[in-house]
Write a protein that binds this ligand. Structure first.
Ligand SMILES: *Cc1c(COP(=O)(O)O)cnc(C)c1O
Length: 396
């Protein structure tokens, strides 16, 4: 039996390779940071991590994690509701709620699980989910697991959203769901307008702040802060795996009864292990840090502004962005790969994206800025981009 199946799999894998879509993993032998060392020995500047606040290797978080290892041990060997809840889990849940100005929080092993487990317990076939067409895969999967009627609107298109809301009028309850920041362009969901429409068409709102928490808004509270609508979305999901320390973990935070029901019914919460206490302890430290000072958020914002303005002045075509994601448009798939390879030779690690990850003819290099980048890192990257851009005749 396996012989035939093996041939079948090899066929699929070969097809992926022929299309040039095969993903190879680069091996890193240093901690995550602005400068990393590859297993080839090459030292490169990293511009493709979600390490927006530079916390992945932060000494204070490491210390908090180490000390929790000593007083709470390594693992919980239990789901939350049996014997997997420590004081640290509860404290982190409360701190996340205070950070986003919500009632309560429920932790998951990842935001993929938070999104996978949020729709099915809350909505039935009498209800409607109205989802942005560019929402993250975990939202798409989560929506698939619930029986609510599905409506899709074009990315951040408020006319289309209104049209879908009209069509969903007959359903009992409506939930609009959107990413806060869309990861390929770095554009932000127009949450003020979404909340307006939700009010007019009697709908609730859920926003996934995975790429925006810690990043967007003056103090990094995400798109609800950017649009001055904090506390108005019924549901916020997010990750501890990006700006918030980069280890592992996700959460849903929002209205009290929503969180309460999720604790009773959400399957990835009920049937999957509790996050390690050391991750919760580092998370607590991380939220404290972001509340005590705005240093990291300020540095990230000034780094993003500096990079984008200098790249624009150098003649690059940059997608409008309000986040720490900067899409350098090249439009051609082969060019994007060649560009990224030449940048790596210059010691700059970025990723080129092309169809089907982005629409056909919209190939680009995605640069992710971090508070851990120093001015000299940014200058080195801009110089390498400029040199390579001239060489490949992308700029003059
Ligand atoms: C990264 C991401 C996730 C997944 O988060 P994990 O905690 O890594 O599972 C979910 N939603 C969005 C929008 C993301 O960008």
């Amino acid at each position: 039996m396996y012989k035939n199946y093996q041939k079948h799999l090899t066929g699929i894998i070969d097809e992926i390779k022929e299309k040039g879509l095969y993903k190879n993993e680069r091996i890193i032998v240093s901690p995550q940071g602005p400068e990393i060392i590859l297993d080839t020995g090459q030292k490169v500047l990293n511009f493709c991590a979600n390490n927006y606040l530079g916390l992945s290797n932060n000494p204070d978080l490491i210390e908090a994690a180490k000390s929790a290892l000593d007083d709470h041990g390594y693992g919980m060997s239990s789901v939350r509701f049996i014997c997997g809840t420590t004081d640290l889990h509860k404290e982190l849940e409360n701190k996340i709620a205070r950070f986003f100005n919500t009632d309560d929080t429920i932790l998951y092993a990842a935001c993929f699980d938070a999104n996978g487990g949020v729709f099915e317990p809350l909505l039935t076939d009498e209800d409607a989910v109205i989802s942005d067409s560019l929402n993250h895969a975990s939202i798409i999967d989560g929506v698939r697991l619930c029986k609510a009627r599905r409506y899709r609107y074009s990315n951040a298109d408020m006319d289309d959203l209104e049209k879908q809301l009209k069509q969903a009028k007959a359903q009992r309850f409506r939930l609009i769901v959107t990413d806060g920041v869309f990861s390929m362009d770095g554009n932000v969901a127009p949450l003020d307008k979404i909340i307006d429409l939700a009010n007019r068409y009697d709908s609730m709102v859920m926003v996934d702040e995975s790429h925006s928490a810690g990043v967007v808004g003056e103090t990094g509270r995400g798109v609800t802060e950017l649009y001055n609508v904090m506390g108005q979305a019924e549901i916020i999901t997010g990750t501890l795996g990006k700006a918030f320390g980069g280890a592992i973990g996700g959460f849903t935070t929002g209205k009290r009864e929503i969180i309460e029901l999720l604790r009773q019914r959400s399957r990835p919460y009920l049937f999957s292990n509790s996050i390690p206490p050391l991750v919760a302890a580092a998370g607590i430290r991380m939220i404290d840090m972001m509340t005590e000072t705005n240093e990291l958020q300020d540095k990230l914002h000034s780094n993003s502004e500096y990079f984008i303005s200098r790249m624009t002045n150098a003649g690059f075509d940059i997608k409008p962005t309000k986040s720490a994601i900067c899409a350098v448009m090249l439009y051609d798939a082969v060019l994007s790969q060649e560009f990224a390879a030449l940048l790596l030779d210059e010691g700059i690690y970025v990723t080129g994206f092309y169809y089907p990850v982005v629409p056909q003819g919209e190939a680009r290099i995605r640069v992710q800025l971090s508070a851990a980048h120093e001015r000299e890192h940014l200058d080195k990257a801009i110089d390498a981009f400029t040199k390579t851009g001239r060489k490949l005749k992308v700029i003059s």
